[in-house]
Design a protein around this ligand. Sequence first.
Ligand code: FAD
Length: 513
Amino acid sequence: MSSVVKLPTPTQPPYRPGDELPPELYRQAVEQADLAISITDGAANILYANEAFSRVTGYAREAVAGKNESILSAGNTPREIYSGLWAQLSSGQGWSGRLINQRQDGSQYVAELSITPVMDGEGNVSNFLGMHRDITELHALESLVRNQKSVIESVVNLAPVVIALVDQEGRVVLDNLECKKLVTDLGVPEPALALLDTAAPNWRDTLVKKSPANGFSGREVRMDPAGRSQPRWFSCAALLVDVSNQKADGYFGAGASAHLLLVASDVTALRVEQEKARTAALQALMAEEERVASIRESLSAAVFRLGEPLNILRSAVALLERRDPATAAILQTALSSANEHAETIRQCIPAHGPEHVTAVNLNEVMRDVLEVSTPRFLAKGVVVDWRPSLTLPSVMGRPLQLRVLFKALVENAIEAMSIKGWMQRELRILTQYGSDHVAVRVEDTGPGVAADMRLKAFEPFVTTKGGRGAHLGTGLSRAQQIVANHGGMIDLESRRGGGCSVRVELPLDGDPL
Ligand code: FAD
């Protein structure tokens, strides 16, 4: 009887999950892989190379068998790369990196190589598995991008304009040298954001809403750096640009975000010239306004002061009407005539000239006032400490009236400090703004104002200077009138360290009379 030995049936294709795969399948997979694969002994002598290895290196498989991998070396890879490679392999770890290889025909290529040590049964490195591919094209592309980046960076840095790219979170992700210079020039950590905040206060919403129509151009921004005699002007433009997501989840185009590209050119030189011409014209205009205002004040004072004797005369007529009608009639004639003259004088009081309401920047107004008051500061030895807010939203107002208002406050301050022998003569002017208003503070180091005068000082013809000569006491009442016409508030108080402080607050959404 013959016994039949049943041999295990070898696994046949098609293989299913869980099947033990035959070594031949592994061999074929390596053979047909698209990567150049080689297996070496422990000293890098080639024992096996696949088809792709021949395709990439140009060497026939028979030609490389037994040769060292170093036949691929083009001789221009830095030595330390090889020593690093071998140090890593000697410690039993794999290595991956880039080398310059040479094909059989002498042409060179950049190889991206990965070497894995293969352990024997005792855990010792017996062989190495090398896999590499030709990444010359990728290297060319990377170099192109790097070169273009450095050319673009040079152009952007050399450009005589401010350039900055701001991401959706409002962070500056790129800025050029001109932009960086503004950090010290303007005294702000992020000049690009300061420019955007002023040119387009709602730019953050614009970015979030990502509407392509929301770019802008030609918006002029004025910056008033503290401690500098000149403001700076910039003409700003901004453009929304789509920036693709560099993370893995952005590979198929998802997650692109809108960035804002800001370009601002410094137009200060041009504006300084325009300002010179404007200031000269303004000086003449203000001088005329002041002349008319002083006539207005003198005549108003005359009418006001005439009121007192006329009242006495009126009482006298009433008293004498029954007792001495003849005298009363004479007095009545005199009274009527005096009233007529008073009325004539009243009609001679010049009316305010028409002035349009426009958007007014109070930094600009204050600079103009300081400019025209410079001769007075010099004459009276007053030191000016000008502390503007770097940027200031505009208020709606009558530009000339506002200049007259602040000039009157500055004049008052100079007058207050012009006391014989008074040593400390310092004028400090600050501008600030809140969510609904802009405020200007005019502070002096004069004798200050007594508590009982704080409100009285705003009444017409009230003066702390004796009411004679040039001081009619109408300055503060006129100032208050202008502030009231602009829907604002004016407040007068003594400063803690001495001197007087006047604060004017004007609303951002004002609608002047
Ligand atoms: P060396 O690096 O000093 O080499 C001199 C000889 O000593 C070479 O035969 C080298 O293989 C061998 N050797 C050096 N240090 C050790 C060590 N610590 N242990 C054992 N042997 C050592 N190089 C390329 O330029 N291109 C390749 O594509 C490439 N592929 C490789 C694939 C594998 C799997 C391995 C293991 C190495 C590969 N190398 C490759 C490295 C290569 O073996 C050489 O080290 C390199 O080419 C530099 O050769 P060299 O003659 O200029 O100098």
